[in-house]
Design a protein around this ligand. Structure first.
Ligand code: PLP
Length: 429
């Protein structure tokens, strides 16, 4: 791994040389002293979004009332879907913005299993986000408990061995449903290679892109991915609880029957036909009235990503996570911290987890410094049992942020400052 000097001037130099540095200015930075390393959980607010939403509420809802539906609201799921398609390497008519990630996962999982009635196994892995696993378990239950959900184990709590996956696909799975970038360790699969393996075994692939969309380059079409879902409130900066997206490859759209039948899944909801007839294309995976206000927050944020370009974002992300790891090795490893993420940048997304038995209290000390000490506030997040998760959002994370955050961690751990914080955990960590 490339080694960086651990002087603050190095961080400053890296920031000066950063071709994306001006993008930080596009976001609301309310407190310049605050070091925000949780953009992988809730992205920052773009300045344009605040103005756009203000106008949409006052002019759109306030003045146009119901007429707004014919003035752009109705097409929001498709229009935003087409923008996301450019970010994930798909066609504009293959992506729809609607519902939440979990609900979209439910819709696509059920549709996929019913399209392969002779195959009875689903493969996922033990690093997956639990909600994704609950959705699979629920679909299996709903379909009469005829499927087996098999979870690939992780030997090192960090990665999943591709040869294990390859061996498992010999058993002809109906569906291989994985999260591209694991939420704790940041481990990233080779999506192209795995999708190819799944196809050789005759199954369908379903990828959760929640921690990759907007952070790593994706080529869903080129890699022949069948199905995908993902969040818009993480690296896509769409706002708290903003609607999710789903992707269904064009040639599969007619074959798959959605499990939730609602009026927005028909060709024309305003025909009010008494019998459900699924729309011809991607719209059949829509269900009901779009959440207009939440959706309006997504567009300006996507424009920023498109302008910066995901390739450039990824380049900076690799440089920043490598910089973080170099400081980790110099400062934190000697203090008893362990790396909770893969060392190889090709195998990780845009966040890094650092493990320590006192991870929870270290996070509390980072978030709530003792006022008298006059230290900067750092916001990472904690993922049980021992991960301090540091999210790098290259559009607004600076090298100086990373330097200061790791320097704070070094001080908190070496001086055991965390012992002054309660062990009891808050509801949202
Ligand atoms: C963030 C995330 C989700 C979130 O699901 P919601 O339905 O929005 O609550 C789902 N899956 C993964 C892998 C995630 O990272």
């Amino acid at each position: 791994m490339k080694n960086f000097s651990s002087k603050f001037s190095t961080a400053r130099d890296l920031d000066r040389q950063d071709p994306l540095r001006s993008f930080r200015d596009r976001f609301v930075i309310d407190d310049p002293q605050l070091i925000y390393l949780d953009g992988n959980s809730l992205g920052r607010l773009p300045k344009n979004t605040a103005d756009h939403l203000d106008k949409a509420v006052k002019e759109g809802w306030g003045k146009r009332l119901i007429r707004g539906w014919n003035e752009g609201w109705f097409e929001l799921p498709q229009k935003l879907g087409a923008k996301i398609a450019r970010i994930i390497g798909a066609r504009p008519d293959e992506v729809l913005v609607c519902d939440s990630t979990s609900i979209n996962l439910f819709k696509l999982t059920a549709a996929a299993l019913r399209a392969r009635p002779d195959l009875k196994s689903i493969i996922s892995d033990s690093l997956n986000f639990p909600s994704d696993l609950y959705i699979f378990q629920g679909v299996v239950d709903l379909l009469g408990d005829q499927h087996q959900l098999q979870l690939l184990p992780s030997q090192d709590r960090l990665t999943i061995n591709t040869s294990l996956l390859q061996a498992t696909t010999q058993a002809n799975p109906a569906l291989v449903a994985l999260t591209h970038v694991a939420f704790k360790s940041g481990f990233m699969y080779d999506m192209e290679k795995i999708t190819h393996l799944v196809h050789q075994a005759g199954g369908l692939s379903l990828w959760d892109l929640s921690h990759s969309a907007g952070a790593v380059p994706l080529q869903l079409n080129r890699w022949e991915v069948d199905l995908a879902v993902g969040c818009t409130y993480k690296y896509l900066n769409g706002g708290p609880g903003s609607p999710a997206f789903l992707y269904v490859r064009k040639d599969l759209q007619e074959e798959l029957i959605p499990p939730l039948w609602g009026w927005f899944g028909t060709q024309n909801p305003f025909e009010f036909n008494l019998d459900f007839e699924p729309a011809a294309g991607i719209n059949r995976f829509n269900v009901s009235t779009p959440q207009v206000l939440s959706m309006l927050g997504i567009g300006p944020a996507l424009d920023i990503i498109l302008e910066a370009g995901v390739d450039r974002i990824r380049e900076k992300s690799i440089q920043q996570t490598s910089y973080l790891l170099s400081l980790f090795q110099e400062w934190l490893e000697p203090l008893g911290c362990q790396l909770g993420s893969p060392l190889d940048p090709e195998q990780r997304g845009s966040h890094v987890s650092i493990r320590h038995p006192e991870a929870y209290r270290i996070c509390q000390a980072l978030i709530n410094p003792v006022p008298a000490e006059n230290q900067p506030q750092v916001i990472p997040d904690f993922r049980t049992p021992d991960n301090i998760r540091l999210g790098i959002a290259p559009l607004y994370t600076s090298f100086a942020d990373i330097f200061r955050a790791l320097d704070r961690m070094r001080s908190i751990i070496s001086r055991k400052t965390y012992t002054g914080y309660p062990l009891e955990r808050q509801q949202v960590t």
